[in-house]
Ligand binder design. Structure first.
Ligand code: C2O
Ligand code: CU
Length: 479
């Protein structure tokens, strides 16, 4: 059993490098109320940091436990009991992205819980961990602002089975909206929100700039790559090094040789890479730059006793998620849209920087304007409209196929809460059929997702955070 101390020590250390930990405990059934419980204390609070270095301004970051992207590791089949102590000056919640959990633990204010109040509000989440894989957690209120200031953490659910990797690294891709003097720029601009999204100005992996790491020569290295940027889609490649995709969004696929892989906001990729001889290095790039590839990480090979040997990719245990019955599944379609003019009104005619407008926006965790919709419904912005009806009403336990179409001029990574779905088709993507919690829709792409409905009200939204905050969110109601 992992103890509170080992978990907290892992957090405090940041644990961004780190080899596979010891076996943590016996596996238990996913929903077993007797599953071993691991306590975790999460304190979101202001942590001033000088991100651009000496001579520039320190800014108030919002961090969990004073750590930029802390890593929580737990064993599949256990449950996390997370005591959140909100020390931020704003209300917040925690959403467990990609985890199949009971609806009241999902962290969506207004739908599954109230905001955890500012300055000392508390809330305890009970998070079952039915699936191994690479996940993350983040607030679900004013996400452009709170995630923009750094509030996010990595959740790694270990397989029960010990896998033969000899090294592991986590790469969290997230840009920062900084002026040259180090101060934060507005996290959401109308220009950005109404088009491809508001991009960061300073790129970063595990902080600012590329991640510089090391691993033993000739080791089998597992890379867990998370795109936690608010906006940017990256195209990940391993340059000269040979690498295999072993999981999408945490869910295993048979090892897949690849050139590059698109990763939209919130999507994850697990790779198996073989380290070269001592003194050489592996470089991971983003090729979707419109120019030279951007270096995401360089991993230097250090002295080791591992021998050079043929590269055989390691297959992860296959996913064990409820399988949709495609013959019986009922079908629906949803369309991603630009909002109609009538919905695109400024909050009560107030400019978005008006104090009253700001207060309303804060209270309802939404953006100031509406630019986007899903099948004619826009998530209410600024609290000026009531909660819309659900996009779909489904029956718990039944199988469904939802076809998502993107007739817009922009990419949209679409995420459904509380479910792991089978991406059964996608008209443009080069990915093989796989399980996921987010599907990236290219311009004029249609994709079909299939899943077994779980009870609750679950949001479905674009994970480009300023699209989500300006209307591209709705929910499915499952009873
Ligand atoms: Cu990671 Cu509702 O999102
Ligand atoms: Cu979008």
């Amino acid at each position: 059993m992992v103890t509170r101390r080992t978990l907290l020590t892992g957090l405090a250390a940041g644990a961004l490098t780190g080899f596979l930990p010891q076996r943590l405990g016996q596996a238990a059934a996913a929903t077993d109320p007797r599953a071993p419980v691991q306590p975790l204390a999460l304190t979101p609070r202001i942590s001033p940091r000088t991100l651009l270095g000496p001579g520039t301004q320190a800014q108030d970051l919002y961090l969990f436990n004073d750590t930029i992207f802390p890593i929580v590791r737990a064993r599949r089949g256990t449950r996390l009991k997370v005591a959140v102590d909100n020390r931020l000056p704003v209300g917040t919640t925690v959403h467990w992205h990609g985890i199949r959990l009971p609806n009241p633990q999902d962290g969506v204010p207004g739908l599954t819980q109230d905001l955890i109040p500012a300055n000392g509000g508390q809330f305890t989440y009970e998070v079952p961990l039915p699936d191994a894989g690479t996940y993350f957690f983040h607030p679900h209120c004013d996400e452009t602002g709170q995630v923009g200031r750094g509030l996010a953490g990595v959740l790694i659910v270990e397989d029960e089975e010990k896998l033969p990797f000899q090294a592991e690294h986590v790469l969290v891709i997230k840009d920062w909206r900084l002026a040259p003097d180090g101060s934060f720029l507005p996290f959401l601009t109308e220009e950005g929100a109404s088009k491809a999204g508001t991009f960061g100005t300073v790129r970063g992996v595990n902080g600012v700039g590329p991640a510089m790491l090391s691993a033993p020569a000739h080791a089998d290295l597992r890379l867990r790559i998370l795109n936690l940027d608010s906006t940017r889609t990256v195209q990940v490649g391993t340059g000269e090094a040979e690498g295999y995709i072993i999981a999408y969004d945490g869910h295993a696929v048979p090892p897949l040789d690849f050139e590059t892989c698109d990763l939209g906001s919130s999507q994850r990729l697990d790779l198996h890479v073989r380290m070269p001889a001592e003194g050489q290095s592996v470089s991971i790039y983003d090729y979707r730059t419109g120019g030279d590839p951007f270096l995401l990480a360089r991993i230097e090979a250090t002295a080791s006793n591992f021998r050079k040997r043929p590269f055989k990719p390691i297959a992860l245990p296959p996913p064990n998620v409820p399988k949709a019955d495609l013959r019986k599944a009922e079908r629906f379609s949803l369309s991603l849209q630009q909002a109609t003019d009538d919905a695109a009104t400024v909050l009560d005619g107030l400019p978005p920087d008006d104090p009253l407008a700001k207060a309303l926006v804060d209270q309802y965790c939404t953006g100031p304007r509406t630019f986007w919709a899903i099948s004619q419904n826009s998530w209410p912005t600024g609290g000026t409209k009531p909660m819309p009806p659900p996009l779909l009403r489904l029956v718990a336990g039944r199988s469904y196929v939802i076809s998502l179409t993107n007739p817009t001029q922009h990419l949209h990574p679409i995420h459904l809460h509380g479910h792991v779905f089978d991406v059964i088709s996608a008209s443009k993507s080069k990915r093989p059929r796989h399980y996921a919690d987010t599907v990236l829709l290219a311009v004029r792409e249609t994709a079909e997702i299939a899943f077994v409905a779980a009870p609750g009200n679950w949001v479905l939204h674009c994970h480009i955070l300023d699209h989500m905050e300006t209307g591209m969110m709705g929910y499915v109601s499952i009873a």
